[in-house]
Ligand binder design. Structure first.
Ligand code: PLP
Length: 393
C-alpha cells in the first residue's frame, strides 16, 4: 500500500478547512446579489457583513474598516498607492520605504514611481534595520516637510518565518508623521495579530494561508479617516469605494469562517513549534545545516534551511518522489532556480542559498510528518555526500 502524501508547504497555501468547503458550497447554491434590496440580495448582504465581523475579529479591527479583495496581492496593491488620503493629515504621500525582504506583492505591487521607492535593509537574521527606518523617515521629514512617507513592512516572512518588529517601526513612523502598511498574509490566522497594538495604518491578509479559499483576502484599515482617491478597481462603489465589483460572496463567506476557526485555533497553531523544532533537531543530527532566521523571532510553523552539500531543486524533486511536498521559497518563485531575494537581502552566500528548503507546517500537520520528512532527508543527505558540492546558480 502506498503511503499517503505529506504536505509540508502550508505557507504556499494551506489545506481548506472542511466547514469552509461546506459553507462555500451552500453559499454558491443560493442566489442573490448583496447590493440588491430584495430578500435574496439581503441574505447575501448578511453573509458578507457577517464575514466582515469575523475578519475584523481576527486582527482586532473594526468591521467597517475591512475591504474584501481578491487576496493578499491585491490588498497590498490597494494600500501602496500615492493616492491614499488621510483625513487626519492632508499631506500627500510621496515616498515609499520598503523592507528588503518583502513579498513581490509589495515589492513589485506598489504604485509609486521607482525614484520614490527606497529599500530598507535587514540584518543577517532577516530582521529590518530600525535605525535605517528612522533615518529614512527623518531625511524625508526634513527634505519635504509638506509631504509624508509610507513604510511597507511585513509581519512575518513567507520564506524564513521571521517576524518583524512592526510595532517599533510604527512608533518610529508616527514620530515623523508617516504611514505604515503591514503585509500580514503569513501572520494572520497563525499568530495573534492586533492592528491597534501594532499601530499600523493598513494590514493585508489572505484566506488561503489560514484554511480559506484561494483568491479572496482583505485589506484592513486602522482609521476611518483613510481613503483612496484612485481605487485600483473602479466600479459601482462597492466596499465603500475601495474596490468596485460585486463581492465574491462565497469566497468571502469562506474567508470569514476560516478567520473564525483560525482565531479559535491560534493556541494549537502556536504549538507547531514542537514539530518545527523536532525537524530542526533531526536535520542537524544528520548534517551541518544552516537554519535561516535563527536567533530571530519566527513563526512557529516555518523552518527554512540549507545543507551546504544539497541543491534545493534536486532535493525538492527527491522529496516529492518520496511523497513529501516542500518548497524552495515562495510559491511564486518556485520552479525557477533563481536565488532567493530574501536570502540575498540577508547576505546569505549564493552557494548556501541555492540549497534553500522551506518546510511549513499547518493546522493538519502531525508528528509522523516529521518522521517521514527526516527519513527522506537522510537519504538525500547520504546521496549528496557522494556527489560534488553545488555551486551558485
Ligand atoms: N504576501 C505574502 C507574505 C505572501 O506569502 C503571499 C503569498 O504567498 C502574498 C503576499 C500574496 O497573497 P495572495 O496569494 O493571496 O495574493
Amino acid at each position: 500500500m502506498t503511503e499517503p502524501r505529506v504536505y509540508l508547504d502550508h505557507n504556499a497555501t494551506t489545506i481548506v478547512r472542511p466547514n469552509v468547503i461546506a459553507l462555500i458550497a451552500e453559499t454558491l447554491g443560493a442566489t442573490g446579489n448583496p447590493s440588491s434590496i430584495h430578500a435574496e440580495g439581503r441574505a447575501k448582504r448578511r453573509i458578507v457583513e457577517n464575514a466582515r465581523k469575523q475578519v475584523a475579529a481576527l486582527v482586532g479591527g473594526s468591521p467597517s474598516s475591512v475591504t474584501f479583495t481578491s487576496g493578499g496581492t491585491e490588498s497590498s496593491n490597494i494600500a501602496l498607492t500615492p493616492s491614499i488620503r488621510d483625513a487626519r493629515d492632508p499631506r500627500p504621500v510621496t515616498r515609499l520605504l520598503v523592507s528588503a525582504v518583502e513579498h513581490p506583492a509589495v515589492a513589485a505591487g506598489a504604485r509609486f514611481r521607482s525614484a520614490a521607492v527606497q529599500s530598507v535593509p535587514v540584518d543577517r537574521r532577516g530582521v529590518v534595520d530600525l535605525e535605517s527606518v528612522e533615518a529614512a523617515f527623518g531625511r524625508h521629514a526634513v527634505a519635504r516637510p509638506d509631504e509624508r512617507a509610507m513604510l511597507a513592512l511585513m509581519l512575518a516572512n513567507n520564506e524564513t518565518g521571521v517576524i518583524q518588529p512592526v510595532a517599533e517601526a510604527c512608533r518610529i513612523a508616527r514620530r515623523f508623521g508617516g504611514l505604515v502598511h503591514v503585509d500580514a498574509v503569513q501572520a494572520a490566522g497563525k499568530i495573534p495579530v492586533d492592528i491597534g497594538e501594532l499601530g499600523c495604518d493598513f494590514l493585508a491578509l489572505s484566506a488561503h494561508k489560514f484554511g480559506g479559499p484561494q483568491g479572496v483576502g482583505a485589506l484592513v484599515r486602522a482609521e476611518e479617516g483613510l481613503h483612496v482617491e484612485e481605487p485600483l478597481i473602479r466600479g459601482g462603489g462597492q466596499e465603500r469605494g475601495w474596490r468596485g465589483g460585486t463581492e465574491n460572496v462565497a469566497g468571502v463567506a469562506g474567508l470569514g469562517l476560516a478567520a473564525e476557526e483560525a482565531r479559535a485555533g491560534l493556541d494549537a497553531f502556536g504549538g507547531l513549534f514542537v514539530l518545527r523544532d523536532a525537524l530542526e533537531r533531526g536535520i542537524r543530527a544528520l548534517d551541518k545545516v544552516v537554519v535561516f532566521g535563527e536567533g530571530a523571532s519566527r513563526l512557529p510553523n516555518t523552518s527554512c534551511f540549507a545543507s551546504p552539500g544539497v541543491a534545493s531543486d534536486r532535493a525538492i524533486i527527491a522529496l516529492d518522489l518520496a511523497g513529501i511536498a516542500v518548497s524552495s521559497g515562495s510559491a511564486c518563485s518556485s520552479g525557477k532556480t533563481k536565488a532567493s531575494a530574501v536570502l540575498e537581502a540577508m547576505g546569505i552566500e549564493p552557494n548556501l542559498s541555492s540549497g534553500m528548503i522551506r518546510v511549513s507546517f499547518g493546522w493538519s500537520s502531525k508528528a509522523t510528518d516529521v518522521e517521514r520528512f527526516l527519513s527522506a532527508w537522510s537519504d538525500i543527505v547520504r546521496r549528496s555526500a557522494r556527489k560534488p558540492s553545488v555551486s551558485a546558480a
